[in-house]
Ligand binder design. Structure first.
Ligand SMILES: Cc1cc2nc3c(=O)[nH]c(=O)nc-3n(C[C@H](O)[C@H](O)[C@H](O)COP(=O)(O)OP(=O)(O)OC[C@H]3O[C@@H](n4cnc5c(N)ncnc54)[C@H](O)[C@@H]3O)c2cc1C
Length: 679
């Protein structure tokens, strides 16, 4: 008999309360620029961002005896604290049954190409320790009665290395890490947004200028302050505000634009992840796993209220349509090749098409697709439901049986999916590219590290759950590297600080452009020309428009009031980032780049075209990927204009050639920390 899970247990896993953080400590030192008094804080290590990645680095660095300060725009904002899916996934080496093979896991992590081989291996071997640390801190990872963690199969995962605490795995990770940070007494500046990196004449990072709403005073109306650090760590997450169609929570800007403006090398900006989810206008959430494995009815509604089950225009039979809706559960991210042969990404294309016709697309859990019955499912789908004792009459009954938390989650956010349809879309969900780093998280600028989503380590595709794993593994590694370097509070000549602070003050005082108009223009351009359906012929035009917008913004500034001064930086940086992404896309397609990962590059001279039952798919004829592009990363640097280089992937020695005695000395002498950028 299936066990009914009591409501109190469901509540505890969905309504995750976060610990209260104390007020930010007062700052005593200051500098005066044009009669404005800017507080100056000095610290050994400055961690910017308090998502799962940043907090892991903070906790580990503090435990290594370093002085750490966390500065965050919103302590429990960002994707770790606010995003999820039906079972939000953490992907690590398999720990049940016969264990795992790290070389194979590394090859699976980097399978989509454009991922350094050493980085993939680091994430594979580091996953066990990073995972154990979370268990030690009390993350409620489910186990069987023997202690083996329960696992399942997720996107790009043939083995079944995924696990989950429910819809809010990453929020629970943030919770246990924040509790640990509080126990360790790590100061967290709670309303402190980094807006400009401070780079010394010798090219090293000295910290940042921030807008700190708890450091402001009458003599500092813009809230600017100076954070000086022996080492600075970017852990600011992804740029969710870059796209109109986005499943990120609101106010995710990341810091890629800020890093680019400072001259940091960034890579793989062509690579992102897109998939189905509920919209930011309501409650942004991924619709993966059981949400679709229960085969809800998919329909669209036009302005007059007319409903259409449009998937039947695309698939040949109700069985084929239903089985592909089911498969989106573990083939969640869009992939061009899965549009072929009536595969599961044809669902995404159909939704995209329907939305472009001005119709709202919805999932209906109260009814099965019209004309379909449970016996019309392919064997893989049917046996999954049978194994989970979920061959029940309606989608909502099947969902209640397999994952009641998934229902609870929407109820908590105002949608009762047991009664009403759920509007959704195909959205941008993850930035795979970002700051180029070595396997210790060091960027191209000495003294600056990056980890989590802001780091460009994620390759073209990634198994579901690998993003959270990467942030944890790199949190540990960045802290280890810092522990070896032992960064101290910097003694910085005030003249360097003055120049940076003066430049920031000029931006904070505002200019001409409207932030709202800028937002709308940038987001629309990115969703329409750099989305998962990417029209090759229109990328160059979109790039030219982005260059024009960025030059206007840099020249004339953004109109803001003093209390909203951070907006002047946010949209300046998003304008620069949008140009960077379009520059990378343009260079990629100019060199013959074809469809991979999240994007279908549509081109009338492409070699592949999706087929549909009664829809003409000629407009979505697409280019195929060239194999050589899998073996390199596209790296960009800004110095008033973008320069591009193609970097071959880093390789690594055969792990079978690593032996204890041979490799002990490099560990004991610290030589193991030496790879990466030659600083
Ligand atoms: C809907 C959805 C579902 C997902 N599901 C999964 C999944 O199942 N498995 C998986 O592995 N990944 C998943 N991801 C991706 C994963 O959640 C993120 O990659 C990961 O949480 C990023 O963690 P992070 O610590 O790098 O950044 P975040 O958690 O976004 O944290 C960033 C922090 O930085 C702060 N910040 C931002 N800018 C600044 C600034 N300028 N100054 C100061 N602070 C700043 C923010 O306030 C926040 O505290 C999902 C993402 C989404 C959107």
């Amino acid at each position: 008999m299936p066990i009914e899970v009591p409501q109190a247990i469901l509540d505890a896993l969905t309504r995750v309360d976060m610990p209260a953080l104390p007020e930010s400590p007062a700052i005593s030192e200051s500098i005066t620029i044009d009669s404005v008094h800017l507080p100056i804080l000095r610290t050994g290590v400055l961690i910017i961002g308090s998502g799962a990645a940043g907090l892991r680095a903070a906790v580990e660095a503090n435990r290594a005896g370093l002085e750490v300060t966390v500065a965050t725009m919103s302590p429990f904002g960002g994707t770790s604290a606010c995003s999820g899916s039906d079972k939000q996934t953490l992907h690590t080496a398999g720990t049940s049954n016969r264990g795992d093979n790290f070389v194979r896991l590394a090859s699976d992590i980097g399978a989509g190409g454009a991922m350094d081989l050493d980085q993939a291996y680091v994430e594979a071997v580091g996953s066990i320790g990073a995972f154990a640390g979370l268990q030690y801190l009390g993350l409620p990872l489910p186990t069987d009665r023997f202690g083996a963690v329960l696992r399942y199969q997720t996107d790009h995962d043939d083995v079944g290395r995924a696990t989950s605490c429910g819809p809010r795995t990453s929020r629970l990770m943030v919770k246990v890490l924040a509790e640990e940070a509080l126990r360790l007494g790590i100061p967290i500046r709670r309303r402190c947004e980094a807006v400009q990196l401070i780079i010394a004449a010798d090219g090293a990072c000295l910290g940042c200028i921030a807008v700190d709403r708890e450091a402001g005073a009458a003599s500092n109306p813009h809230g600017l302050c100076v954070l000086l650090a022996g080492a600075t760590v970017l852990a600011t997450g992804g740029p969710g505000e870059l796209y109109r169609d986005s499943v990120y929570p609101r106010h995710c800007y990341g810091s890629l634009g800020m890093a680019i403006e400072a001259g940091v090398a960034v890579c793989n900006l062509t690579e992102s992840q897109f998939g189905i989810g509920t919209r930011r206008q309501e409650f942004p959430w991924n619709l993966s796993g059981t949400y679709v494995q229960v085969v809800p009815r998919v329909f669209s509604r036009d302005g007059a209220g007319v409903e259409r089950e449009f998937l039947m225009d695309w698939y040949r039979t109700p069985r084929e349509a239903a089985s592909n809706v089911f498969r989106k559960g573990y083939q969640w991210p869009f992939h061009a090749s899965r549009m072929l042969g009536f595969g599961s990404s044809l669902v995404d294309l159909a939704i995209h098409h329907e939305s472009r016709l001005g119709r709202t697309v919805c999932l209906d859990f109260t009814r099965n697709p019209t004309g379909w019955t449970l016996d019309q499912l392919d064997d893989d789908a049917r046996s999954y439901l049978a194994n989970n004792e979920a061959l029940l009459a309606t989608p909502i009954e099947r969902l209640r049986r397999m994952n009641p938390l998934a229902i609870e989650l929407y109820r908590m956010h105002g949608s009762d999916i047991a009664r009403e349809p759920l509007p959704f879309n195909v959205n941008n969900q993850h930035m795979n590219g970002g700051v180029e780093v070595d396997t210790w998280g060091r960027s191209s600028i000495p003294g600056l590290y990056a980890l989590g989503e802001v780091a460009g380590t994620h390759g073209v595709t990634r198994p579901g759950g690998a993003a959270l794993n990467a942030g944890q593994v790199m949190g540990v590694r960045v802290a280890r590297h810092l522990a070896q370097q032992r960064p101290q509070r910097p003694e910085v000549p005030l003249v360097t600080v003055q120049a940076a602070a003066r430049a920031a003050l000029a931006i904070a005082r505002g200019g001409q452009a409207s932030a709202l108009t800028l937002r709308d223009e940038i987001q629309a351009r990115m969703s329409d020309y750099a989305g998962f359906i990417c029209p090759v012929g229109e990328i160059a035009g979109a790039k030219a428009a982005a260059v024009g917008l960025r030059s206007r913004v840099l020249a004339s500034g953004i109109a803001v009031t003093p209390e909203r001064s951070a907006e002047a930086f946010r949209w300046r940086h998003q304008a620069l980032l949008s140009e960077a992404v379009l520059t990378a896309l343009d260079a990629y397609v100019q060199s013959g780049g074809g469809s991979r990962g999240a994007r279908a590059y549509c081109d009338p001279s492409g070699t592949k075209v999706p087929e549909a039952r009664s829809v003409d798919c000629a407009a979505w004829r697409f280019r195929e990927e060239r194999p050589e592009h899998r073996r390199e990363k596209l790296t960009l640097r800004w110095h008033g204009a973008f320069s591009l280089t193609r970097t071959p992937l880093r390789g690594m020695e055969d792990p079978a050639r690593i032996f204890f005695e041979k490799n002990w000395a490099p560990y004991l002498t610290g030589a193991v920390y030496g790879d990466g950028f030659a600083h």
